[in-house]
Design a protein around this ligand. Structure first.
Ligand code: ADP
Length: 487
């Protein structure tokens, strides 16, 4: 190549280079300035040439430039030196520079050429990469990558702790070193999915440690793609859930034991209640005979009547307990019939009124006839429970009011008293099993199952039950039952 052609080519390279290429003499005066220098530093060639190189060097780094020039004078070359330079607008940025001596025909060093590359972006991506590496390294989870043949390519500290292999022991070996033999097929399936670009989230499986011990892990596996989007491997994030799995197993065991105990308790309640019912019936029968015989003996008659009252209470309690166990085991069956609610309520109210002289039970109803379809005996149980509660928990009041109304295909039955009331914090508990409000109401006899049974009966009818109350003012209990439209 002719010398002139050679220098023409060199000059073309300098002109088209993306790096800043500039030269300076030994006094630091800029002697050439390519187009990329203009872009990178912001000065045009006219603005830069003839000026001292300190034009683009931050003040605090001028000493560094003196050292470079001294090296150049000795014929030294400085390769890829990372430092900071200054733009025309005063902003500073990181550069990598390579500085070489320029010699004249007599081999005398006359200056230096500098190639400067703006490494702002590279530094940022280096920083991001360093940050990501730090995250991976400090993670307690095992973070592992493998290629599509299942060869381990990276292995963090978490993986060392969880699987027991060091990074040196694991990298470049097959992922099968941590897979129990009976799970090999599963791993092959995972690799197939990864090749198809699928991600596997929170998959729970078993892996093998270096010491052979098996551990339960939850793993998320994602494909790794190269710049062109081609899948080249997979990253795995695995968490040791052995403790969680053991706790879960323990929880299931306790739950099973609790269910067994609950079943025993239900069976026990059924057996005991049945066994108690028979002798009670015999006692009641005999007391009735005694009562008949002792009509003349007032004193003894009082004793017999008292014994009979207690037998009745015991019988009611046993019936309630049997109902509770029926509800618990889902054996509360309804015998549905169609009947008139107004007539039904009137009969119950009359019968309770006969034995409760202390209170007046008022009955209001919006319709003469209200046909409903329900289990008469069970519904009677609900109404009697609400009425006896209203009387029992309002010892200083005189009035109990029953209402029957129709609202949107539902009859709504209300039992209102002016008694001791219920505190707001107890309102959501009164319908639960065996709950009794503490304090004043525990002075009244009761077992805390009446409202529970009532609410279950109402719910089984497709209705609803609730209460409103104010302490010392009284309570109102509501329940609804679907109405049968006349055909
Ligand atoms: P109990 O046999 O105790 O009456 P219930 O299940 O019928 O059982 O009622 C549960 C609790 O709700 C009662 O112990 C009582 O504290 C409260 N309660 C029920 N009805 C009333 C009412 N009308 N007024 C005030 N408190 C009531």
């Amino acid at each position: 190549m002719e010398p002139s052609e050679y220098s023409a080519r060199l000059s073309a390279i300098v002109l088209s280079s993306e790096d800043a290429i500039l030269s300076k003499n030994l006094d630091g005066i800029i002697t050439s300035w390519n187009p990329s220098s203009e872009i990178i530093f912001g000065f045009t060639a006219a603005e830069a040439i003839g000026k001292h190189i300190s034009l683009i060097i931050p003040e605090e780094l001028l000493g560094e430039e003196d050292t470079i020039i001294s090296g150049i004078k000795r014929g030294e070359r400085i390769h890829h030196f990372e430092t900071i330079r200054k733009r025309k607008d005063g902003s500073c940025f990181p550069v990598a520079i390579t500085v070489s001596p320029i010699r004249d025909d007599a081999e005398q060093i006359t200056g230096a050429s500098t190639i400067a590359r703006d490494i702002t972006e590279q530094n940022a991506s280096d920083r991001t990469a360093a940050m990501l590496a730090a995250i991976v390294n400090s993670s307690d989870d095992a973070i592992v990558s493998k290629n599509l043949d299942g060869i381990i390519k990276s292995w963090n500290k978490g993986a060392e702790t969880i699987f027991g292999f060091t990074a040196e022991e694991a990298i470049e070996r097959s992922i099968f070193i941590i897979i129990p033999e009976y799970k090999l097929e599963e791993e092959l399936d995972i690799l197939r999915k990864i090749r198809a670009g699928e991600r596997i989230s929170h998959f729970e499986t078993v892996r093998k440690r270096k010491d052979g011990r098996e551990i339960n892990i939850s793993v998320t596996i994602s494909p790794i793609k190269d710049r062109s989007g081609k899948i080249i491997g997979a990253s795995k994030i695995a968490r040791d859930i052995t403790e969680k799995a053991e706790l879960e197993q323990q929880r299931k065991l306790y739950l099973k034991r609790l269910q067994d105990l609950n079943n025993y308790k239900d069976q026990f309640m059924v057996i005991v209640s049945h066994e108690l019912k028979t002798p009670l019936t015999v006692i009641k029968g005999n007391l009735e005979l005694l009562e008949y015989d002792m009509q003349e003996d007032e004193q003894k008659l009082v004793l017999v009547k008292r014994a009979m009252t207690h037998v009745d209470k015991l019988t009611n309690l046993i019936v309630d307990l049997l109902d509770v166990s029926k509800i618990q085991s889902g054996r509360l069956e309804l015998k549905m019939t169609t009947f008139d609610l107004t007539e039904f309520l009137t009969e119950i109210i009359n019968s309770i009124q006969q034995t409760s002289a202390s209170h007046t039970i008022a009955f209001n109803h919006s319709k003469e006839k209200l046909t409903i379809c329900a289990d008469v005996e069970r519904l009677e149980q609900v109404v009697i429970n609400l009425l006896t509660n209203a009387i029992k928990y309002s010892p200083d009041a005189k009035l109990v009011t029953v209402n029957a109304d129709v609202r949107q295909n539902q009859v709504i039955i209300t039992v209102k008293d002016e008694g001791i009331g219920i505190a707001p914090e107890d309102m959501d508990k009164i319908f639960t099993r065996f709950f009794r409000v503490q304090g004043l109401s525990s002075n009244f006899p009761g077992s805390g199952v009446g409202l529970y049974i009532s609410s279950e009966i109402v719910k089984q009818h497709g209705g609803d039950i609730w209460a409103e109350s104010e302490l010392n003012k009284g309570s109102t209990f509501y329940f609804t039952i679907p109405v049968i439209e006349p055909a």
